[in-house]
Design a binder for this molecule. Structure first.
Ligand code: PLP
Length: 392
């Protein structure tokens, strides 16, 4: 008789900054038998994943694959492969993840110029433009499309145009946007774009979709020194993911199954419909929170529908509220990160978690906990306002 107990996680409603809830079909795919990583059937689903990723990322880039590891592995692969010692890099930073790109670029030996913007605003275009002019000969311009730490979205097109004019490569973090808000790699003209499986794609954390434009690929091929990361060296990874099938690492087999199923669900729903669903649910939540009497943190006009930051009212205990939501309702929402710690909550509506039911549930549950904390939340107005938005 085995005596060591198995782990049985409680059922949660994941409405934080990630991971999001996974579709039962995705979880079921992960229970399929393991195949060898060079089994012809496994190679076939790797190819299928790459083809589906091209559709979901709206790109024809040949170099489109998923790196092993969470979203950060995609970031590290993009930065480490593009940046060589001495390269000039400009990073637009309007939150926690932009700073992470800058730190990685420094570790790759880049000469990094940071262009800060307030946490809650989009990336500072004029500041980035000035920094690129001042530095001259910039190789990589890095921005974050959807800043999960602040809930703000940066429009990519102006930066793509600027990068092209300046002969720089545009790197865009789409970890939180892919599968939730429009990511159109080729139409943008972005050169290096990565994401993660655990946000709006609604698979477990574990892989990072990544695509490189022909221009970016040329730059990688022209490197004078090898990539500082062996595991994420795209020249090596390419030889595994393309028809050469050269052993590099053992693919995370079950995660590839999960990614395959998650991408199939995205394409079955249709990208436009999926974007519209995230938009509708996110705007309903935001209108509901305001009707409740709360203040949204990110700049109006730049608010992400998939991740909403809302300010914690004066006198309300951050940890107690999040604890109560988790214990009583099984709802996970996120606390603030970095500069916004204890100042905001982060409510995610990503992938499978983006449902009208979850919008109403979180408004109701949060409202009740806030009332216990002495904040006079107008729950009725919140729910009615959100319901009206959801119905329209
Ligand atoms: C979540 C996130 C990451 C990192 O992804 P992990 O899966 O946590 O490694 C990077 N950038 C942004 C914008 C994110 O939201």
């Amino acid at each position: 008789m085995p005596t060591t107990p198995s782990f049985n996680p409680p059922t949660r409603i994941l409405m934080g900054p990630g991971p999001s809830g996974a579709h039962p079909r995705v979880l079921k795919a992960m229970t399929a038998p393991i195949l060898g990583h060079l089994d012809p059937e496994f190679l076939r689903i790797m190819d299928d994943c790459n083809e589906m990723l091209r559709q979901v990322m709206r790109t024809a880039n040949r170099i489109t694959l998923a790196t092993p590891g969470t979203g950060t592995s995609g970031m590290e692969a993009a930065v480490m492969n593009l940046v060589e010692p001495g390269d000039k890099v400009v990073v637009g930073i309007c939150g926690y993840f932009g700073e992470r790109i800058a730190v990685m670029a420094e570790r790759a030996g880049g000469q990094v110029t940071r262009v800060p913007a307030p946490w809650g605003s989009p990336t500072d275009f004029a500041g980035v433009e000035a920094a690129i002019r001042a530095a001259g000969n910039v190789k990589v311009l890095g921005i974050v499309h959807a800043e999960t730490s602040t809930g703000a979205q940066t429009p990519v097109e102006p930066f793509a145009k600027l990068a092209k004019e300046s002969c720089a490569l545009l790197l865009v973090d789409c970890v939180t946007s892919l599968g939730g808000v429009p990511v159109t790699v080729d139409a943008w003209g972005a050169d290096a774009v990565y994401s993660g499986t655990q946000k709006c794609l609604s698979a477990p954390p574990g892989m990072a979709p990544l695509t490189m434009s022909p221009r970016a690929w040329d730059a990688i091929k022209a490197r004078e020194v090898p990539c500082n990361s062996w595991y994420l060296d795209l020249s090596l990874l390419e030889a595994y993911w393309d028809e050469r099938r050269a052993y590099h690492h053992t693919a995370p087999i079950s995660m590839v199954y999960a990614l395959h199923e998650a991408l199939a669900l995205v394409l079955d729903e249709g990208l436009e419909r999926r974007w519209a669903r995230h938009e509708r649910n996110g705007r309903a939540l935001q209108a509901g929170l305001e009707a409740m009497g709360l203040v949204l943190h990110a700049d109006a006009g730049y608010r992400l529908p998939v991740l909403t930051t809302v300010r914690i009212p004066e006198g309300v205990n951050d940890a107690e509220v999040r604890g109560a939501l988790l214990d009583r309702n099984g709802i996970e929402i996120g606390g603030g990160l970095g500069d916004l710690r204890a100042k905001v909550w982060r409510i995610g509506l990503m992938g499978e978690s983006s449902t009208p039911g979850n919008v109403l549930l979180v408004l109701n549950s949060l409202g009740k906990v806030l009332r216990e904390q002495g904040f006079s939340a107008d729950i009725r107005a919140a729910v009615e306002t959100a319901a009206a938005r959801l119905g329209s």
